[in-house]
Design a protein around this ligand. Structure first.
Ligand code: THU
Length: 138
């Protein structure tokens, strides 16, 4: 059985690999994401920019859309790799998208890593307290 630490290391390596595929010629800010879902599946993504800047897609939402479009809707651990120090946290739009696809925001692990190996860990509800969810719509 693999330990959480070694599975985190594997996920970090996958996020770094995904970051190599970032298409960010406008910002030169490359982001990679790797995530696991509750059924143990793994998905990755990178940011994809556009000359029409408003069309840029973040790495996190690329990875989430890949998971969801393949039928995996319950995120468990999300690794985001950037070049920032301290490692950058997901933007507001990505936080809300993460919130849509987790059982409980307090249980969704968000592991932030940079290319120099600095790491920070949060739960989604640290980053998005009192988030809006489907169950609020009555
Ligand atoms: N970016 C991400 O991929 N994730 C975030 O959470 C924040 C920003 C990307 C979007 C854009 O391609 C570049 O970083 C600069 O904003």
């Amino acid at each position: 059985m693999s330990s959480p630490a070694s599975s985190d290391d594997k996920l970090i390596a996958l996020a770094k690999e995904a970051r190599e595929k970032a298409y960010a010629p406008y910002s030169n800010y490359n982001v990679g994401c790797a995530l696991t879902t509750e059924d143990g599946s793994v998905f990755t993504g990178a940011n994809v920019e556009n000359a029409s800047y408003g069309l840029c897609i973040c790495a996190e939402r690329t990875a989430i859309a890949t998971a969801v479009s393949q039928g995996h809707r319950k995120l468990q651990t999300v690794v985001v790799v950037t070049q920032s120090s301290p490692p950058a946290a997901p933007c507001g739009m990505c936080r809300q998208t993460l919130n849509e696809f987790c059982s409980e925001p307090s249980k969704l692990r968000i592991l932030l890593v940079n290319v120099d190996g600095e790491e920070r860990e949060f739960a989604l509800d640290d980053l998005l307290p009192h988030g809006f969810r489907g169950e609020h719509i009555t």
